[in-house]
Design a binder for this molecule. Structure first.
Ligand SMILES: C[S@@+](CC[C@H](N)C(=O)[O-])C[C@H]1O[C@@H](n2cnc3c(N)ncnc32)[C@H](O)[C@@H]1O
Length: 277
């Protein structure tokens, strides 16, 4: 069972500040709305646009996280079958090549799902640890790899400090409501060793988020994502779009790789009123 965690949520006050930093170029333009229809029902799109990065209550954040995890719990076997042969070698290599020091590396696979990539890290000789909020995935990933797999939810992380050389967040951080994204990224910063590397791949979009298909999802533009991660003490190493070899408008995934450049304080309850911004 995931430990219950009641934590006040900082009001989301940063959107205007972030918007001010956004410059859209053809290279970095977010995915056009019609392309999001590959993920969303078309009737939802208008509603989506009006639901931009709004403040949520702590109860809403908790509800969205639980509901998303429940969705994966209900569809765990089908998800494992449907994603077992997804090729994310490019992403794994992008993380590993930026880690300094000598292998084997200690890697946190954040939102590891049924364990496909955990197994790939083991095959490469590294020492991965999985983390997922879905109990079925925790068992599947542990059974598949023999690795430790922690049962934790993103909104309630309890991670060791200065512990990992790299974090691999493949298609997982987009389930974090933007309301708590900076809190989560700061926790990831703290659990990395000095110079540690964070990899994340998320579906991109024009800064929208909502509960869709029983899962909460954010679709952030490159500029907004960069602002979030930089603010959490990281410097960008590279970014690219996926799948590889397609025209940009057929690449819904934004992959980015980041180096920890400074140790950042994790927001405590006293900062949940948004006074920092
Ligand atoms: C799209 S799947 C990606 C799984 C795997 N990384 C992959 O690439 O196949 C998203 C993963 O994030 C996990 N997840 C979603 N919300 C979560 C939360 N609040 N806390 C912990 N895990 C969560 C899901 O259980 C699932 O394993």
């Amino acid at each position: 069972m995931i430990q219950q965690c009641v934590r006040p949520v900082r009001l989301y006050k940063r959107h205007s500040a972030l918007s001010a930093q956004i410059t859209i170029s053809p290279e970095t333009a977010p995915l056009p709305i019609p392309l999001l229809s590959c993920c969303l029902h078309s009737t939802q799109i208008n509603k989506l646009v009006s639901n931009i990065l709004r403040p949520l209550t702590a109860q809403e954040v908790d509800h969205h996280c639980r509901r998303t995890i429940d969705h994966y719990q209900q569809s765990a076997s089908a998800f494992r079958t449907g994603t077992a042969d997804h090729d994310v070698k490019q992403n794994i290599e992008s993380l590993i090549k930026h880690i300094r020091g000598r292998a084997p590396f200690r890697i946190l696979d954040l939102g590891c799902g049924p364990g496909r990539d955990l197994a790939a890290f083991v095959d490469l000789g590294h020492q991965p640890v999985g983390l997922d909020g879905c109990e079925a995935f925790v068992h599947m990933a542990n059974q598949l790899t023999g690795c430790p797999v922690w049962h934790q939810s993103f909104d309630c992380l309890e991670l060791p400090t200065d512990s990992f050389d790299g974090i691999f967040a493949n298609a997982s951080l987009f389930h974090v409501p933007s309301q708590i994204l900076d809190q989560v990224l700061r926790q990831l910063n703290r659990c990395l060793k000095a110079d540690g590397v964070l990899f994340a791949s998320n579906p991109r979009g024009p800064d929208i988020e909502r509960d869709e298909d029983e899962r909460y999802a954010t679709f952030l533009s490159l500029a907004t994502w960069q602002a979030f991660v930089q603010d959490a003490g990281f410097s960008e190493l590279e970014h690219y779009y996926r799948p590889p070899g397609k025209p940009r408008d057929q690449q819904p995934w934004l992959a980015s790789v980041w180096r920890k450049i400074s140790q950042i304080d994790v927001l405590d309850d006293s900062s949940t009123t948004g006074s920092r911004h």
